[in-house]
Design a binder for this molecule. Structure first.
Ligand code: C5P
Length: 215
């Protein structure tokens, strides 16, 4: 169909960095689907919604009062960009993301990002569920230790105090939940190119990815 590049993989693997790089190079739109799940998680925590309140969760997912303005996330007009980066929100995101009805309720919102001139879609199920016909699919991997290191570096840059053992444990728990859930588990699409980034620099990953575009 359209010009869509999917970038999937576990947390801390460098999807966001690569997706932004590809956006700059191509001028395509960016879908940060994790930010949608994180915004939903923020709303769930804010409204104190119970995880077994299925109608409440679906209703919120369908009418999520979130807007993405450049690099900011606005929730009911309030800037929550920094708030959704916490491990608390990330953990809640992966819990609500395990509920099939919630994922279904967010599908249309994500598909609507496919607009000319094209889209770079960053997430877990971009190539398998949301954009199964995308002509270019990338799946990034890296060892858990390396991903924890990258996440710690990123959080430190954002001025967040971190405990590497805690982060490693959080990442492993979240990945386990993402990989083993019944709906849209974290797996590469059959036609995805897998890139093990453990021993690669950001530049090397970007170059490998660029080589895949419209070849
Ligand atoms: O990518 P990010 O760390 O922001 O995603 C937060 C959580 O949202 C992930 O751990 C995952 O559980 C969920 N998610 C998802 N499907 C996506 C994107 C994110 O289930 N496409």
């Amino acid at each position: 169909t359209e010009a869509i590049v999917t970038v999937d993989g576990p947390s801390g693997v460098g999807k966001g960095t690569l997706a932004q790089y590809l956006c700059c190079k191509t001028g395509f739109h960016l879908l940060d689907s994790g930010a949608i799940y994180r915004s939903l998680a923020y709303g769930v925590l804010d409204q104190d919604l119970a995880l077994d309140n299925l109608p409440g969760l679906v209703e919120l997912a369908e009418n999520l009062p979130v807007e993405f303005i450049e690099t900011s996330i606005l929730y009911q007009g309030q800037d929550i960009t920094a708030k959704v980066r916490t491990e608390e929100v990330a953990a809640m995101a992966s819990k609500v993301a395990a509920i099939p009805e919630v994922r279904a309720a967010l599908l249309k919102r994500q598909k609507d990002y496919a607009q000319p001139p094209g889209l770079i879609a960053d997430g877990r199920d971009m190539g398998t569920v949301v954009f199964p016909n995308a002509p270019v699919k990338l799946f990034l991997t890296a060892s858990a230790e390396e991903r924890a290191k990258r996440r710690v570096k990123q959080l430190k840059n954002q001025g967040v105090d971190v405990n590497i053992r805690q982060i490693t444990q959080d990442i492993m728990e979240r990945d386990e939940r993402d990989r083993t859930r019944k709906t849209s588990p974290l797996v590469p699409a059959d036609d995805a190119l897998e890139i093990d980034t453990t021993d690669l620099s950001i530049d090397e990953v970007c170059k490998l990815a660029m080589d895949q575009l419209w070849k």
